[in-house]
Design a protein. Structure first.
Length: 436
């Protein structure tokens, strides 16, 4: 009797939620199936259904798996909304296609099959583990534990890891077409996070993240950091830039960069040692002649360098390096950064001397100007680091006045002649007077 009452309460609750969410036009209520035993999905004896018979099937049927029950997907399933209070296990090859899924206990997806859902929520006591590809056509909200388990996942909507939630990405590829927000625990492990939407995307939340591999491959717009972020593996800047805003991207000791795009903002390496290391682009590198202890920071802003004429590269680099170090500096630019069509073979490096208040021109040691997006200018033996720029105008317009000497202008000829005449008259008059 108590179990019967519980079923009706569950059914009433689900119907009430559905009616509350219904639009003003009255829609047909969903049928509801509640688990009554552990076993396979395709066994009618494991279900008690309201408004349906047999086993749960169809987008118009919602499912509630009770605590203590384990249902295994042993047939291909297309279903409405699912609440997993007990356990839902994927069968060996059978896919699950559902609408809104709420996981309150255990949900392990099927082996060898794609699980497709509209919106997925892993509640605080819930745990979801992937055994094959997961396709989420809406949002993924993690309040409990989500484990990629080495599998791939594609998320169309926002991924939100709330406080108390844990996201274990595993070794697979997580493809995101919206935003990633972390206020809980994010463990990327050996996986790859790929941002692929044509819309602007953000990496935000209240807690910074550490990625193994991060891929930016967007048809338009950029990815924007909302927190300090670390990359330990490969930063693949395939299409679209990564903007740090007021934050810092830290590259780990073994981190590398691929692609022709850039990090716009601040990139840091701690104790980079020797050897060429990338800073926000595979074509922006510092190669120190001896091991560096301390932070090396490179900030790149796509801004016009003031005081270098009009034929410049629309970029400003600021290099912050501990004193006493010498490096080979290579700075990247793309053809789209060229202002007023400078001749690339004539581009020079300029370092701003703050003590003198002027740009100092440095002749490049090496340059590469043959491509569209992979151009760079390089200078060896650099021992002074500050703000850097590139321009083909060899005479900077910024000038500092160091000395000033003033003298009177020479008298005009007519004035000198008049004064001389007056003096002569005075002398003659004096001589005549003395004779008298």
């Amino acid at each position: 009797m108590i179990r019967t009452i519980k079923w009706f309460l569950i059914a009433g609750l689900l119907v009430g939620v559905l009616l509350t969410r219904a639009p003003s036009a009255i829609a047909a209520p969903h049928a509801i199936c509640v688990s009554i035993a552990t076993g396979g999905w395709n066994t009618a004896g494991n279900w008690s259904c309201f408004g349906a018979s047999g086993v749960p099937s169809g987008v118009g049927t919602d499912v509630f798996i009770q605590s203590g029950h384990t249902i295994t997907v042993d047939t291909s399933v297309v279903i409405g909304n699912i609440t997993v209070e007990g356990s839902l296990l994927g069968g060996p090859i059978n896919p699950l296609n559902a609408q809104n899924v709420s996981v309150k206990a255990t949900f392990n997806t099927a082996l060898g099959a794609t699980t497709t859902v509209n919106n997925l929520t892993v509640e605080s006591a819930g745990a979801m583990t992937l055994n094959n590809l997961l396709q989420v056509n809406g949002a993924l909200i993690v309040n409990g534990t989500f484990s990629g388990n080495g599998q791939n996942a594609s998320i169309v909507g926002d991924v939100t890891i709330n406080a108390g939630g844990t996201f274990n990405a595993g070794a697979g590829i997580l493809t995101l077409q919206a935003n990633l927000s972390n206020s809980g625990t994010f463990n990327d492990n050996s996986g790859t996070i790929a941002f692929t939407s044509g819309a602007p995307q953000t990496i935000g939340g209240t807690t910074g993240m550490t990625f193994n591999n991060l891929t930016i491959n967007k048809s338009a717009n950029d990815v924007i950091l909302g927190n300090n972020t670390t990359i330990n593996g490969v930063l693949a800047l395939t299409a679209g830039d990564l903007e740090t805003g007021g934050n810092t991207l830290t590259m780990g000791a073994s981190a590398t960069t691929t692609g022709n795009r850039d990090v716009e903002g601040t990139v840091k390496r701690v104790n980079p040692g020797t050897g060429a290391k990338s800073y926000g682009s595979q074509f922006t590198t510092l190669d120190f002649s001896s091991a560096v202890t301390g932070d090396v920071i490179v900030t790149m802003l796509e801004q016009a360098p003031a005081g270098l004429g009009t034929k410049y590269v629309k970029r400003k680099y600021t290099l912050t390096v501990p004193g006493g170090n010498t490096a080979t500096v290579r700075l990247h630019y793309r053809d789209s950064d060229l202002n007023d069509s400078p001749v690339e073979a004539n581009l020079m490096l300029f370092r701003y001397d703050s003590s003198a208040g002027r740009w100092v021109m440095l002749i490049p040691t090496t340059r590469s100007t043959g491509g569209t997006d992979d151009n760079y200018i390089e200078k060896t033996g650099v021992a002074t680091f500050s703000e850097w720029a590139m321009s083909s105008e060899a005479s900077p317009t910024a000038v500092r006045l160091n000395d000033f000497t003033a003298r009177a202008n020479e008298l005009p000829d007519w004035l000198a002649f008049a004064i001389g005449g007056v003096i002569s008259l005075i002398v003659v008059a004096g001589a005549l007077r003395s004779r008298k």
